[in-house]
Design a protein around this ligand. Sequence first.
Ligand code: OAD
Length: 266
Amino acid sequence: MLKELERARNLVRSSGRVVILTGAGVSADSGVPTFRSSEGLWKQFRPEELATPDAFARDPETVWEWYAWRRRLVLECSPNEGHRAIARLLLSRDGVTLITQNVDGLHGRALRELQSEGVGRDPDGTVREPGATLELHGNLLRSRCSVCSESDEDGPEPGGGGNDTPLPRCPSCDALMRPAVVWFGESLDPGVLDRAMHAAQDADICISAGTSAVVHPAAGIPLLTRESGGSLIEVNPEVTPLSPFADIHLRGAGAEILPRILEPPD
Ligand code: OAD
């Protein structure tokens, strides 16, 4: 394992363009349940039963109640050393793109934490532009109108939860607001997906961390790097459908492994 870690670290160091694809496993070390674990359940529901446009059309109160619970849950969690290592890389060198399937906003919080600690500032005080973060499945802390394109960056108080709070409505067209996430059966934002695919095709290395690699199109992104001649590193305690294609599979927790392979250049 030590040798593999060293190999991975050297590969990252020598790669001009780096793509990191993350999934729920990276937030597991912060206490956010993964999708396909039993702790991911809320009441008697599986995510697949609530994270759909049909569920929202049928029962928006329950869907909002679930998201209110998830918002509270992620706001009680903090970014872990894996999130921080990724954020440090985004802030300290060029050519890094983060593609995440996570909707918990923890990558963004890690970035802001490090920026407030002065990371990513040049000696003359200039703040460096971090590499892009592409949230493939949206962000549950934000909301958008279910009909028009109006969005609310901060996300309104969701209501629901069995109290009398009315569900949030669009300030422009008065339709119901909904969480700004991609639901099962919905398409990803084509612009975001396009940027992610191009970044993966152009990358010298892709690190796939904490994802079961079963939900497409995200699951196919690391293969784009492989197909265009780049290397693939997988960070996951388990074997996934991506494992046979990985040049290096580091079996362990993201919070432990990512800081060891992403250390920025001195
Ligand atoms: P999953 O819950 O499917 O997979 C989590 C992965 O993380 C598994 O492969 C675990 O082995 C791994 N894992 C667990 N603990 C870990 C740790 N401490 N460090 C690293 N890895 C760990 O989550 P995703 O792959 O993110 O889509 O799921 C992909 C998408 O499916 C989600 O974005 C969501 C869901 O349906 C939408 O909501 C559209």
